[in-house]
Design a protein around this ligand. Structure first.
Ligand SMILES: Nc1ncnc2c1ncn2[C@@H]1O[C@H](COP(=O)(O)OP(=O)(O)O)[C@@H](O)[C@H]1O
Ligand SMILES: [Mg+2]
Length: 349
């Protein structure tokens, strides 16, 4: 898409990343929400400290923009005060790409692998002994056959992040000591996040202005912070710089974000499903092709929130739009006979 998708929970490029980094919590205490996940992390970290051992490997899963990268940095900061070494699944083509990262890790360092469901098989298998026994078997090319050298590594903590833990192999998954799933945030938590961001950006707000932004942020902190920036621009240009509920509503209407926080792509998905496929069931491939979108975009960015708010359900036959979705778009609802839900299939998430 040519235009930045304002609601997209995916990163919006370097400028936005810089802005996000400045708003990122540094300590576990500053992390808002995700109560259960934070409790488990606190216990694991305290236990590790007591035994003077690095944390076990951690898998963080959940839709984009909910705080996986943030948490990885917070954990590293809390554990030994050193920033994590950062890499990601798709950038690691072969074991050699990981070698210097691994061998340079100090005891207790965090290695953060983003999008770890996209690690090539060969790299994944190379990682197993690193995760399990803190050693790697590295093949040095040369001569007729390669020479295998065994390297000992220092005890480190691998933090893997994924938007699709269902795509991870069972073998990989088993090697993580903790599996933590991040959920969408409620309005109160998002309002707290926005209050801190507004304070840091020195943006003044009145009444329910920030709660109104929170309500229209699709449960996602990254989206909330992005909307805050857009609203701040609008307030500076069209108002006196102060955010009020009215200013927020105007600014977000101009951005074509509706009362539930859905944007053009969300509505295009729903109207394709409802109009072209009579409400479904329709396969995600078919929807993606009709919309001219990547299947991954729909599955990672669009569908999780629509599932969360009950606008879409997944059945064995495909996606179905619910009555609530039709009502929201002002379109007639076609009832379906069978709704064999597949919500307990882990592959779906
Ligand atoms: N729990 C949280 N508390 C405060 N801010 C958060 C929280 N989670 C995310 N954020 C904000 O949202 C932005 C996006 O989070 P990020 O960690 O990059 O998401 P992910 O890696 O899951 O895509 C961060 O830069 C941070 O400003
Ligand atoms: Mg991230």
């Amino acid at each position: 898409m040519a235009r930045e998708r304002i609601i997209s929970s995916e990163s919006g490029g370097p400028a936005e990343e810089e802005f996000n980094v400045s708003l990122r919590p540094q300590t576990l205490r500053e992390v808002v929400g995700q109560g259960g996940v934070i409790d488990r992390l606190e216990i694991a970290m305290a236990a590790g400290r007591k035994r003077n051992e690095p944390l076990e490997h951690i898998l963080l899963s959940g839709p984009p923009g909910l705080g996986k990268t943030t948490l990885a940095f917070v954990i590293a900061n809390e554990m030994n005060g050193r920033p994590p070494r950062v890499t990601s699944g798709p950038t690691l083509a072969k074991p050699a790409d990981l070698m210097s990262l691994l061998t340079n890790l100090e005891t207790g360092d965090v290695l953060f692998i983003d999008e770890c469901h996209r690690l090539p098989k060969i790299v994944e298998e190379f990682l197993y002994p690193a995760m399990e026994d803190f050693r790697v078997d590295f093949t040095i090319e040369g001569g007729l056959s390669g020479r295998v050298v065994n390297f000992a590594l220092r005890r480190f903590t691998l933090i893997g992040a994924t938007t699709r833990s269902g795509l991870l192999s069972a073998a990989m998954r088993d090697r993580f000591g903790h599996e933590l799933h991040l959920e969408f945030y409620g309005t109160d938590d998002l309002t707290t996040i926005l209050e801190r961001s507004a304070a840091r950006l020195k943006v003044e707000s009145r009444g329910d202005a920030l709660a109104t932004i929170a309500d229209r942020s699709r449960g996602t902190p990254r989206v909330a912070n992005r909307l805050l920036r857009r609203v701040r621009d609008y307030a500076q240009v069209r108002a006196d710089g102060v955010l009020t509920t009215e200013v927020v509503n105007h600014a977000l209407d101009i951005q074509q974000i509706d009362s539930l926080g859905l944007d053009g792509l969300d509505r295009a998905y729903l109207s394709t499903l409802i109009k072209t496929y009579s409400g479904g069931p329709a396969g995600v491939e078919a929807l993606a092709a009709t919309m001219g979108q990547e299947r991954d975009t729909l599955e990672d960015v669009v569908e999780p929130y629509l599932l969360q708010i009950g606008f879409v359900i997944r059945t064995r036959q495909g996606r179905q739009a619910t009555r609530e979705a039709c009502d929201h778009l002002g379109l007639p609802f076609t009832p379906h006979d069978e709704t064999a839900r597949e919500s307990d299939d882990p592959k779906l998430f």
